[in-house]
Unconditional design. Structure first.
Lengths: 487, 358, 362
């Protein structure tokens, strides 16, 4: 066992590399595999008997007798190494013959399909993506049962050699967006890519922006819906998130759960969400602006409340606000990293005790405490995690602008943010469509979630090749037209 | 390139762009100020500055400061020397003038209020029958802050109530306008209580005449459509009736004649009988009662209008009304014509309900 | 260089409505009510309608010129008047637009200095605004039009004027037609400056998707501006006495003092700060147009010219010291605007007609 074929000189040092030698009355066979990647039981049950029982003579005979389908004979050293690193087993005859049989006995070990962690929903399926790409593709294929669903695999990363799968429905998705996407992924040159979000940042239109230009989700039903709308889905082996593109700003504030409720309720919830996001961004800034510069604008009846709640606070409003905001960020960061058992207690301690104590020590006023707590809660109403991070951070420039120039500063900041959003694109599609460029038909599913009977075409800003979902003339809601009252 | 721009923007703002802060709890916001005349042509200004004690949002107390000088802005600045926090005039909502000051003309003081952007045009003005500083010094409000009390008092009775009054905008409107004369509520201090005792009528910006509460109510009836107010009507000796006005409409009509133009005021009141002085209000009596009421109201109103004409005051705005109906209207000619002008009044009363008793 | 615009940067015709409306509906509405009412009294609304009608004619003429030649004004100047005279005219437009932008910014800064922050320095606010303008223009024409659309929402702030309704005196509108036609025409003349944003059409023409069909949107923009100006004049008449109005400097902002909400008592700091939204479209469009003219006249890259223009505007803004300076610049701009709209555009129209006739006969 001290000698082994030259092909394996790179692997000799690893302790999980097995190279077993089978002596026959011809040349000996060498079976090599990486123990950590292969399903050893499969190997022992089906492959090794082909070598020992029938006493074959040649490599080709062995090849024919192996009962596994994914097998090939290769002589290319790089290919052999590549395949071995992906869990293949290699059979060679003799020490010098470069011909190798490669058999796929890769083990898939990973998490089983569980509930989504980030995008929790009350109703609806609770299947989330896992790290294994094959399982994810299986979950998608289960929901999109059409031959037009195409999956293209690309490898990215010199060291990690991660498999990226781009899924789209042929005949619906716009080819321009698809080509942009594929081109950008193919152009990536990096050594290790461990998560799909790293890919996201590399293929985004503007990676300096705090607004995400691609939507990440871990729900299989949302991906199936997006594919049917004409979007592209990107998955990666080793990452439990799927990236959807192209997206516009409105999609970040829609949760897939809106589609489960009746359309009026879904629409109202969306409107509440938008209002809470705006409140979350602007509330602290308006507090700073009004209290620092525009105090005389507050109504006479409200004045005593605010003034007497602030009367002993030694800091100017902006410092008070920044202290409270930083305290909440601190609590949030700590809450993310605490083990779950301690997390709850610390949360209560931090929230209630600190808050009450801060007011009593006159470090802050209780009016501000309400505002900051509400806006912190409101920033979590965004269903997409990346966007809630953006909203958290977006608050601070507004507070600073409010401190410098009051309400005028807030308005200048609004224009700056609006300009930034206007310049942003996602795979070439403008970020603020359908509000700008104005496409009235595309506004259908943004603020109001329309009833399904009216949902007969796909959003026109995705420029799909086929925009008809169902024939609107035949697919109307069933109503008995000739029925009179009490008939 | 864009990053450099952003960095430049940020550093500019933070270093040099700061403007003077007016942090809400570090300035003194006063709501009411009172003007008086002092000797040597000076004026005396008194401010009521609210003090908010910690932790008890309900209890507010006032600090009164006064100083005399020539211009109110300079006085205000000097008053800051008596306080620990600077004064911010942005919340001024009520301005009181003593009647001496009003007699000599308010134009100068009002110019200050009208000129500066931090004063609101909706602030309420009032003339004090007596010394306005005395009024402010009295303890007429125990729970509320003095400025707020005065503001609510004037607002409730004037904007939503039965008495006429004008805010700064309307006063300037009447002052600048031709054929209009301004008017302000008249406040009086009686036994530590502040009450609106009537209306002060102005000719241009000088206080000329005052009328009592009942006359003020009648005046307001002639000026705009009202939906409230109780009218006391005398039927005959010792019989008084109280009517509630549920909707009054007033219309002015201009008739051109060869030699004299006349204005006719038509007043239509929808009223409910509230107090019938135990008079049985029966069907056949209703007509008679109605005619009596109409005559009574007409008499009181005509007396008021004649009073205005005698003093050459025009708070009803008849001159302005005429201007809209006559081409080439001239203020001088109007002033000559007005005192002797024939103004007709038609009062129509519709009695809708008599309550739940007959 | 002949200007040709890539399909990707064009905007749909509806947005022409937004562009022209934002260009006209700037900060001028704050003071536009004073002069006409001084001259024509309660008949000022007739002057508004007369002005609007004449601007409709002007727009019609502009479209005839542009549709014939299918290109924007820069090329038309060169075609009609040859290279040197054409370039001189282009240079004149560059200066006109830069002056316009500088005047708008200085006017806005003055509004802020009087109504909101008395002690803010001119140069610092101008610097910040111009940096933001750079960011917007560097995004291209589409981003500028997006900002115009955003400021369009600000038009609804106009509805807050209805809060002044309790103080309306309707008989201020009587008697009708008390003034001579001469006075009404004078008032119309004074109103021209408020409509003066239409000539931007000359430079936006090539950026519209189907330029020939977009004429109705330009007319609609003018109608909407007319309605807004009518509302402003009528509200001013109803609210103020004419003598009172002539002592006001910004009647548009004084009206905000009457707005009251349960929480907000003094609305004018919101109203005055919100005029920021009306400032940006005009400044961005003006400076963008100037840099574009520069690009095709002197063959320099637009992005290289932009910082210099912004610097020039910044210097101009800082050099205008106070109200008197602003009035001076405004009078210049009013005169130039008047001659531009009522003399130059008809002249171009007639020139174009003669030219086509001469071509046909030749």
């Amino acid at each position: 066992m001290n000698s082994m074929p030259q092909t394996w000189k790179d692997f000799k040092e690893s302790s999980d590399f097995i190279c077993s030698r089978f002596d026959t009355n011809y040349e000996p066979f060498f079976v090599s595999y990486l123990k950590s990647l292969t399903e050893v039981q499969l190997l022992h049950e089906h492959i090794l008997p082909c070598l020992s029982k029938e006493q074959p003579l040649s490599l080709e005979a062995v090849y024919r007798s192996i009962p596994i389908d994914d097998k090939e004979i290769s002589m290319d050293c790089n290919d052999i190494h590549y395949k071995l690193l992906h869990g293949y087993a290699a059979i060679q005859q003799g020490l010098d013959d470069p011909k190798t049989i490669l058999i796929n006995v890769a083990a898939s070990k990973g998490r089983t399909v569980t509930k989504p962690e980030i995008e929790f929903n009350v109703e609806g399926s609770k299947e989330a993506f896992v790290e294994s790409l094959d399982t994810n593709l299986h979950l998608i294929r289960k929901r999109v049962i059409t031959p037009s669903l195409r999956i293209k695999e690309i490898t990215v990363g010199n060291i990690s050699k991660s498999r990226i799968a781009v899924c789209y429905i042929d005949g619906i998705t716009n080819e321009q967006y698809l080509n942009t996407c594929l081109q950008r992924i193919a152009n990536i040159q990096f050594d290790t890519v461990t998560d799909i979000t790293i890919i996201q940042q590399m293929i985004e239109d503007n990676s300096h922006s705090i607004f995400p230009q691609l939507l990440g989700t871990e729900r299989t039903d949302r991906v199936a819906w997006s594919l049917s709308l004409g979007q592209i889905c990107i998955l990666m082996d080793g990452s439990p998130t799927a990236i959807l593109g192209p997206v516009n700003l409105g999609l970040f504030f829609t949760s897939y759960e809106d589609y489960f409720s009746p359309w009026i309720i879904g629409s109202i919830i969306r409107v509440i969400r938008i209002i809470s996001v705006i409140f979350s961004i602007l509330a602290s800034a308006i507090y700073v602006a009004v209290l620092t510069y525009h105090g005389h604008g507050i109504s006479n009846l409200f004045l005593p409340t605010i003034i007497s709640s602030r009367i002993n606070v030694p800091f100017p409003p902006v410092v008070e606000v920044l202290i409270m905001e930083l305290a909440i960020e601190l609590l949030r960061e700590a809450g993310v990293r605490l083990p779950s058992k301690i997390g709850q207690t610390i949360g209560i301690v931090g929230g209630i005790v600190l808050g009450t104590a801060a007011v009593q020590a006159s470090l802050t006023s209780n009016f501000l405490l309400i505002i900051v707590a509400l806006s912190a809660m409101a920033s979590f109403t965004t269903p997409v995690f990346r966007m809630s991070n953006t909203i958290r951070i977006l608050r601070f420039p507004f507070i600073i602008a409010a401190q410098v120039w009051g309400l005028l500063g807030i308005f200048i900041c609004i224009i700056a943010v609006a300009t930034h959003l206007l310049r942003l694109t996602s795979f070439g599609m403008p970020y603020l469509v359908p509000f700008y460029p104005l496409r009235p038909k595309g506004m259908f599913d943004t603020i109001i979630r329309p009833p399904y009977s009216m949902f007969h075409s796909r959003p026109n800003f995705l420029r799909t090749k086929n925009s008809v979902r169902f024939d609107k003339n035949t697919g109307k809601q069933n109503k008995d037209k000739d029925k009179d009252i009490d008939e | 390139m864009n990053r450099i721009i952003c960095a430049l923007l940020a550093s500019c703002l933070l270093l040099t762009g700061c403007v003077k802060q007016q942090i809400l709890d570090r300035v003194n916001l006063f709501i009411v100020s009172a003007f008086d005349e002092s000797n040597n042509g000076k004026i005396e200004l008194m401010l009521a500055v609210p003090q908010y004690p910690t932790g008890k949002p309900g209890s507010v107390s006032n600090e009164l400061l006064s100083l005399s000088g020539y211009t109110s802005s300079a006085i205000r600045e000097l008053l800051s020397t008596q306080l620990d926090k600077p004064l911010n005039p942005g919340k001024l909502s009520v301005v009181l003038f003593s009647n001496d000051m009003a007699l000599h003309g308010l134009k100068d003081e009002l110019d200050v209020l009208y000129r500066n952007a931090y004063y609101s045009r909706k602030m309420l003005l009032a003339v004090v029958d007596g010394n306005s500083q005395q009024l402010l010094k009295a303890h007429f409000s125990s729970k509320e802050e003095k400025g707020m009390y005065l503001y609510t008092l004037l607002d409730t009775n004037i904007r939503k109530g039965i008495l006429p009054g004008q805010n700064l905008h309307e006063f300037e409107y009447a002052l600048a306008g031709k054929g209009l004369d301004p008017y302000l509520p008249l406040l009086k201090l009686q036994h530590d209580r502040v009450m609106i005792s009537g209306t002060a009528l102005f000719k241009d910006d000088q206080y000329e005449l005052s009328i009592n509460e009942r006359q003020s109510q009648l005046m307001k009836l002639l000026m705009k459509d009202m939906k409230q107010g109780i009218l006391e009507v005398k039927l005959d000796e010792n019989t008084y009736l109280a009517l509630e006005n549920v909707g009054s409409k007033v219309k002015y009509r201009f008739t051109k004649n060869a030699d004299k133009d006349t204005i006719t005021i038509e007043l239509a009141i929808k009223a409910k009988i509230r107090d019938a002085a135990s008079l049985p209000v029966l069907e056949n009596e209703l007509e008679r009662i109605k005619t009596d009421i109409e005559n009574n109201i007409k008499e009181s109103e005509m007396a008021l209008i004649e009073l205005f004409q005698k003093h050459e005051l025009d708070p009803l705005g008849l001159g302005d009304f005429t201007r809209g109906h006559v081409r080439n209207w001239n203020e001088k000619d109007w002033k000559k014509v007005y005192p002797a002008m024939k103004i007709g009044l038609n009062v129509k009363v519709v009695l809708t309900e008599t309550g739940i008793k007959n | 260089m002949i200007p040709s615009v890539n399909e990707r940067y064009t905007v749909s015709p509806f947005l022409l409505f937004v562009i022209i409306q934002s260009m006209q509906f700037g900060l001028r509405i704050l003071f536009m009510a004073i002069k006409p009412i001084e001259l024509a009294g309660q008949d000022a609304w007739i002057s508004v309608l007369l002005s609007a009608f004449s601007i409709h004619l002007v727009i019609w003429m502009m479209y005839r010129i542009l549709n014939h030649n299918k290109t924007d004004l820069i090329q038309i100047h060169k075609l009609f008047f040859g290279k040197w005279a054409g370039n001189a005219l282009n240079l004149f437009f560059i200066l006109y637009y830069l002056l316009n932008a500088a005047h708008q910014i200085r006017y806005f800064i003055e509004v802020i200095q009087v109504w909101v922050f008395p002690d803010i320095e001119t140069w610092i606010l101008a610097l910040v605004l111009l940096l933001l303008v750079y960011y917007i223009i560097a995004g291209g024409f589409r981003v500028i039009v997006g900002i115009c659309l955003l400021s369009f929402v600000n038009t609804f702030l106009f509805l807050f004027m209805l809060f002044t309704a309790p103080y309306f005196h309707f008989h201020n509108l009587l008697p009708i037609l008390n003034h001579s036609p001469g006075e009404i025409l004078e008032a119309s003349r004074a109103l021209t400056f408020s409509y003066a944003g239409v000539e931007i059409l000359f430079f936006c023409y090539t950026f519209i998707k189907t330029p020939q069909k977009s004429e109705k949107w330009a007319h609609l923009a003018n109608i909407s501006i007319t309605i807004l100006y009518l509302a402003e004049i009528i509200f001013s008449l109803l609210l103020f006495k004419q003598e009172q109005l002539s002592t006001e400097i910004w009647p548009g902002l004084t009206k905000y003092q009457f707005v009251q909400f349960p929480f907000i008592e003094r609305f004018e700091f919101i109203g005055a700060s919100a005029t920021l939204f009306r400032l940006f479209p005009i400044v961005c469009l003006c400076i963008w147009a100037s840099s574009r003219i520069m690009k095709y006249t002197f063959s320099v890259k637009q992005s290289k010219v932009l910082p210099f223009f912004l610097l020039a505007v910044f210097v101009a803004v800082c050099l205008i010291p106070n109200r008197i300076g602003i009035q001076f610049v405004q009078r210049w701009l009013e005169n130039i605007g008047l001659h531009l709209i009522y003399l130059y555009i008809p002249f171009l129209f007639i020139f174009d007609l003669i030219r086509t006739k001469a071509r046909k006969t030749a």
